[in-house]
Design a protein around this ligand. Structure first.
Ligand code: SF4
Length: 413
């Protein structure tokens, strides 16, 4: 959207420092809290920019336009597909001077939205979205309604964009999508995520390819035998588990069992000895009994993820789970969250401590206040105290300290 405005002669200003004529809030709706924060942001920008045109777009606008339509602070409510025409919508508003609500049925969208030449402000790592939408309809999730059905980005366009950013010096790409494992399923040709990764691996200048959140079922022996040949793939995988209890998984409409998931973790650990696995877990899903939670806890203890992102279940209007009986109280959700966060912190600290005295390779980012930080290939955050600038370089580092979130290192000379 920034790019669209710039192409049309608008100036982008820092919302914290200047008063602006147009304020865009790109809303999120993944949880109730995200909705609330989106509404708060809209009120806040209006309060500060009293004469500005206020636009709400993104997933909350796409999914619950009636709620935003009622807010007097807002002048335009635009769905996700309207983002590419945002400038035209604003100019129409200026002509008509009347509230515009334009949210199309995203489930009819068949093509990946190409945004054109994007300029990157990051120097080290670029996030490349290659897939949009999801057909899975997990019972708790609003995303299929907010983002529509699966659609993949043309392989040539992805490769050309990555070649261009490699020429600008970026060393690492993160390949993302809403349901990344579905990449290529909407193409007529038989192309999948692994074909795309093989092509990216050939691009000169790119040293690391990181995968965004991945659905567990894509990890098979066949997939791994091709993946292992790609020397730039980072050994960190974020596999969304959501629950470690088969009954809960069934109610969630997740399409794997815990034993299948355990096998997937084994396959990854067999191929990559230093692999790091992270995950997302929902606690307090409707009907989650103490026994079910205990099963989840025991399974998580067994798998030993490096880090777990814990989400208390948040009912999303319009989803099946929101109407399920036996909704869990906030107190129980908080208690269960706390228990799993403690387990996650323990796993992360234990793993980090095992790195003490070892040497790792770190791709460094921008230095700040006498420190420089970067990540290993398996995505451990490493901080080094130094006044030297190693930005965008890969260096060997000796680990001398371990915290929960990161490790402390010394750059080897
Ligand atoms: S697979 Fe992911 S995005 Fe798709 S419905 Fe399930 S949780 Fe939502």
């Amino acid at each position: 959207m920034i790019q669209k405005f710039q192409e049309n002669g608008y100036n982008i200003v820092d919302i914290d420092k200047e008063i602006s004529d147009i304020c865009i809030v790109n809303t999120c709706t993944v949880t109730n809290i995200a909705d609330r924060k989106s509404r708060q942001s809209l009120r806040k920008v209006k309060e500060k920019n009293k004469n500005a045109i206020i636009v709400a777009t993104g997933c909350y606008a796409q999914s619950y336009k009636e709620e935003l339509e009622k807010m007097k602070e807002i002048d335009l409510v635009l769905g996700n597909e309207e983002k590419k025409d945002i400038v035209n919508h604003i100019e129409e508003f200026l002509r008509l001077n009347k509230k515009i609500i334009c949210v199309k049925d995203i489930s009819k969208q068949k093509e990946f939205d190409e945004l054109g030449e994007i300029s990157y402000t990051e120097k080290t790592r670029a996030v490349i979205k290659v897939q949009d939408g999801c057909n899975q309809f997990c019972s708790y999730c609003i995303i299929p309604y907010a983002r529509g059905r699966i659609r993949s980005r043309n392989i040539e366009n992805v490769i050309n964009e990555i070649k261009r950013i490699a020429q600008n010096g970026i060393k690492e790409v993160v390949i993302t999508g809403i349901h990344l494992a579905s990449y290529g399923k909407d193409f007529e040709q038989n192309i999948g995520l692994i074909d795309l990764l093989e092509k990216i691996n050939e691009i000169d200048g790119i040293l690391r390819i990181r995968l965004g959140s991945l659905e567990p079922q894509i990890i098979t022996e066949e997939f791994m035998q091709r993946l292992i040949k790609l020397n730039k793939i980072c050994h960190s995988f974020h596999l969304s588990l959501q629950s470690g209890c088969d009954e809960t998984l069934k109610r969630m409409n997740r399409k794997y069992t815990t034993s299948e998931f355990a096998e997937i973790a084994n396959i990854l650990r067999k191929y990559y000895k230093d692999v790091i696995l992270t995950t997302d877990i929902i606690v307090g899903f409707p009907g989650e009994t103490e026994e079910e939670f205990k099963e989840t806890y025991d399974f998580l203890e067994k798998i030993k993820f490096y880090k777990m992102h814990i989400f208390p279940y948040s009912p999303r209007k319009g989803t099946i789970a929101a109407k399920m009986p036996n909704q869990i109280s906030g107190d129980i959700k908080s208690k269960r969250s706390k228990t799993l966060i403690e387990l996650s912190d323990k796993n992360q600290k234990d793993y980090n401590e095992k790195l003490l005295e070892k040497n790792v390779k770190v791709l460094f980012e921008e230095p700040k206040n006498g420190y420089i930080k970067g990540h290993t290939s398996n995505f451990i955050l490493v901080k080094c105290k130094t006044n030297q600038n190693f930005e965008n370089q890969i260096k060997s580092v000796k680990i001398i300290g371990a915290e929960i979130e990161d490790v402390i290192g010394e750059v080897n000379s």
